[in-house]
Design a protein around this ligand. Structure first.
Ligand code: GLA
Length: 342
């Protein structure tokens, strides 16, 4: 209770940064966050409600929403949409329609027919279009931004595309199919391509070329830069160069999944004041770069709300880590205070 009273009195980052970009939280479809959002007095409810003006609804993972050809489950999305719609001034991002390389969410179950025989190219296109249109159509007008395709680029591959069965069958056209289906299903929604390690020059240039091609076809409105960063990578200069480069596309940029890993090797078992401060300095330096691109960078979102449920705690193996602005009890950390003064 003390934490929730304090949380109600904190400066609101959405207001602090209103002149620059929206601020909010992605990764809301998480057990801890969902439970928090269901209780109005909880610290998580208070933090999300007070701090954000954009919400990242990652309840559209294909294996969750469309686990078998033609079978849709909306039970993860409906409570999150209900929360979002109780706060109509918070904009919404849907994550994610097509993630062709992911080991769970790859939608490969659409690539065999009911007898287990592989479908042909035309059938695959049809099934992918249906998948995208069913989801986007259902939420037409209620979700302003979609991550249409996630993590399709792999600069190690000769063609720059991550390996997978969709690529084997359709090649890069799989991406165009997903975007054009989303465009048709909700012409007002803004459509994004989202990826990680976006600052590495080889990957950055592949993303750039893909997005430029989609833009020429009128299929894309923005780029999602995940920004899963460490204390040192990317450097401020690398981030700056990345934003300069992507800004040349003339599209919106959203920072979609920001978190700061400061203990990847698990050498620390506790968050010392020094480490807390180092993370705070890092957040501040990142935000200073984002602010330089205000107008192009239109939203910044951390991935998850508190350290209690960051995915990094289990990535690549279980370890202590403190990547977010609020500690496991929902109390603001040095990083929050550092950002609270513009
Ligand atoms: C990626 C994805 C997200 C999520 C995070 C980590 O970056 O885009 O959907 O899986 O990793 O949880």
């Amino acid at each position: 209770m003390a934490a929730s009273v304090a949380a109600q009195e904190l400066p609101a980052l959405a207001q602090v940064y209103a002149k620059h970009f929206m601020f909010g939280f992605g990764g809301l479809n998480d057990k801890v966050v969902r439970a928090g959002l269901a209780q109005t007095a909880s610290p998580i409810h208070t933090i999300v409600t007070r701090q954000s003006n954009i919400l990242g609804l990652n309840c559209f993972y294909p294996a969750q929403v469309h686990p078998r050809d033609g079978t849709y489950r909306w039970s993860d999305c409906e409570p999150l949409m209900a929360y979002a719609e109780q706060h109509p001034h918070k904009l919404r991002r849907g994550h994610v329609l097509f993630w062709p390389s992911n080991d769970r969410h790859h939608l490969e179950w659409l690539l065999s027919d009911s007898d287990g025989k592989p479908v042909n190219r035309a059938q695959a296109i049809d099934k992918l279009r249906n998948h995208v249109q069913t989801i986007v159509g259902r939420y037409r007008g209620r979700i302003q931004y979609w991550d249409v395709v996630n993590e399709a680029i792999d600069p190690q591959q000769a063609d720059g595309l991550r390996a997978g069965r969709w690529k084997d069958l359709l090649g890069e056209e799989m991406i165009d199919v997903a975007f054009s289906a989303a465009r048709e299903a909700d012409p007002q929604a803004k459509l994004f391509y989202n990826d990680f390690q976006e600052w590495r020059p080889g990957k950055r240039e592949r993303i750039f070329a893909l997005v430029q091609r989609l833009k020429a076809k009128g299929l894309i409105d923005g780029i999602g830069l995940q920004q899963h960063v460490s204390l040192t990578e990317p450097s401020v200069a690398e981030l700056d160069q990345t934003l300069t480069r992507f800004a040349q596309l003339g599209l919106e940029i959203h920072i979609t999944e920001l978190d700061v890993e400061a203990n990847r090797n698990g050498q620390y078992s506790q968050l010392s004041p020094e480490l807390d401060e180092a993370i705070a300095k890092r957040y501040r330096a990142l935000f200073d770069v984002y602010k330089k691109y205000a107008g192009t960078v239109t939203a910044v979102m951390t991935w998850n709300v508190t350290d209690a449920s960051s995915w990094l705690r289990n990535h690549p193996t279980p370890h202590a880590t403190w990547p977010l602005l609020f500690d496991a009890d929902g109390k603001p950390k040095a990083a929050f205070w550092g950002l609270s003064k513009p």
